[in-house]
Ligand binder design. Structure first.
Ligand SMILES: CC(C)(COP(=O)(O)OP(=O)(O)OC[C@H]1O[C@@H](n2cnc3c(N)ncnc32)[C@H](O)[C@@H]1OP(=O)(O)O)[C@@H](O)C(=O)NCCC(=O)NCCS
Length: 187
């Protein structure tokens, strides 16, 4: 059982349930990432497409009024997906095809994890992450995050994520990213 601050709860939602809350969820995402207005509209079709992928799993953190304060989701990574192909390419170049195969043959891609800025720093992100991963059947999880010293980094390290690929540039994004991963389950 994951400890949470008082008056907060974690709920797993179906694609239909997230679709019903999509504007709220995308507003939270844009707010947490400090992205410009308009990003939400751009991302909506992508989030909808993700919901159809095998192994899609989403957990929401809600406050006492059932308002959304956090969201985490991901799905089973597979050949042909943009992120999968980008990471496989980078990992093959840096670590060789055997390492790429080992990490990427059966994994859950943690795609999004966000907490409302006003609710950050209280353990909600970690609780969301643990709850999301607790229901994953793949033997490992992978994610990408911008290089730096963000709260996300501290969280992933605390939960045992290790370096898979560092300072990687995804096509079309000038920022260096890290790909982190860990075996599942998380204790
Ligand atoms: C990354 C993110 C999801 C983490 O969520 P969070 O709720 O802020 O982070 P955590 O659950 O790790 O909170 C732990 C912090 O709360 C503190 N805390 C207070 N009470 C706590 C409790 N009961 N349990 C655990 N931590 C507690 C910890 O000391 C820690 O503080 P620190 O990060 O300053 O060291 C969130 O900061 C976020 O949305 N960031 C912007 C978006 C983003 O970067 N997403 C990831 C993209 S890859």
């Amino acid at each position: 059982m994951t400890a949470l601050p008082p008056a907060r709860k974690l709920v797993e939602v179906s694609p239909a349930e997230l679709t019903a809350r999509l504007p709220e969820a995308l507003a939270l995402y844009v707010n947490a990432m400090r992205y410009p207005r308009g990003t939400a509209e751009q991302r909506a079709p992508m989030w909808m497409a993700h919901m159809t992928r095998e192994g899609w799993r989403c957990v929401l953190a809600l406050d006492e009024d059932d308002e959304l304060v956090g969201i985490g989701y991901g799905y089973h990574g597979a050949s042909g997906q943009w992120w999968h192909e980008q990471v496989r390419h980078g990992l093959t170049l840096v670590s060789g095809p055997a390492a790429a195969q080992e990490w990427m043959s059966d994994y859950f891609e943690l795609t999004e994890l966000h907490v409302l800025p006003s609710a950050q720093g209280a353990g909600i992100g970690e609780a969301l992450l643990r709850e999301l991963l607790a229901g994953v059947s793949s033997p490992r999880v992978l994610l990408s995050t911008p290089e730096g010293t963000s709260r996300a980094w501290k969280l992933y390290r605390r939960v045992g994520f290790v370096d898979v690929l560092r300072h990687y540039q995804f096509t079309g994004d000038p920022r260096p990213f890290a790909v982190l991963g860990r075996e599942l389950p998380v204790d």
